[in-house]
Write a protein that binds this ligand. Structure first.
Ligand code: URA
Length: 258
């Protein structure tokens, strides 16, 4: 009896032996990723809650694109269930706010390790355990960025469970940032953290702890040293570059035979 999993509504049969998954947060981004060349023959195979999956092939190798929803808890379900079906390589494709002044909108951050300011990852490994990307995925992401002439910054990401207080944003309902987070952006900046996003800590802790391969590429949509608001044009630019790099990295990994 082929294995099936509950939340993401997939089976061993429906994923046709795919071993690599690209994972945006937004279900609306799934088809855009799965139709970016060199993807071929992509089609939707499941859509339940925030988990939308398309299956296509790159150079004859099946590759999945599955959305995770926002944040660690929902991402953890997608990763765990895809791993149960045999997926071994997970590349998160996201957007991010840079916190270093020399990172521009449209650049991509290739996360080498993440500050675990989340909760979900602590259910998979104690907080002392590092959230680190797999070296082969990092290399593929950097090489894909170079091939597409997209400026990539490898380094440390801060993954927060909240978009507003956890990233020290004042553009929230109350504008209040609890004491725990006041001044934290400056601290991360001085500790050479590059950016804020919301899933890498969970993705990379889980993949490392489970003996799988994980990576994360995020398109920069705002630089927090100059503001908090995100324009539609900047969002589109950051998204486009992250997608290009993620699909390019998947192509490099399948070409290398893994
Ligand atoms: N995603 C985040 O989590 N933070 C940002 O600033 C932009 C995208």
């Amino acid at each position: 009896m082929p294995r099936s999993v509950y939340h993401i509504d997939l089976t061993e049969q429906s994923i046709e032996g795919a071993k690599i998954a690209l994972m945006p947060g937004d279900p609306g981004r799934v088809d855009r990723i799965a139709t970016t060349p060199p993807f071929e023959g992509s089609r939707e195979i499941a859509f339940k809650r925030e988990y939308r999956t398309w299956l296509g092939s790159i150079r004859g190798v099946p590759v999945l694109v599955t959305s995770t929803g926002i944040g660690g808890p929902s991402a953890s379900i997608a990763i765990d269930e895809l791993a149960q079906l045999g997926v071994v390589t997970f590349i998160r494709v996201g957007t991010t706010g840079a916190i270093q002044p020399d990172i521009a909108v449209g650049d991509v951050v290739v996360t080498t390790g993440a500050v675990r300011l989340d909760g979900a990852s602590t259910h998979y490994a104690p907080i002392e355990y590092p959230a680190v990307a797999h070296h082969e995925v990092i290399v593929a992401l950097l090489e894909a960025a170079r091939e597409h002439s997209i400026r990539a910054r490898p380094g440390i990401t801060c993954s927060a469970d909240t978009f507003y207080p956890g990233q020290e944003r004042q553009d929230s309902f109350t504008g209040y940032v609890p004491r725990r987070f006041q001044g934290i952006t400056e601290e991360w900046r001085r500790l050479h953290v590059l950016n804020y996003e919301m899933e890498a800590g969970t993705v990379l802790t889980m993949t490392a702890a489970m003996g799988l391969r994980g990576g994360c590429v995020s398109g920069v949509v705002v630089n927090r040293t100059s503001g908090e608001s995100i324009s539609k044009a900047d969002l589109a630019r950051g998204e486009r570059n992250a997608v290009q790099v993620a699909v390019g990295a998947a192509a490099l990994l399948v070409t290398a035979g893994n």
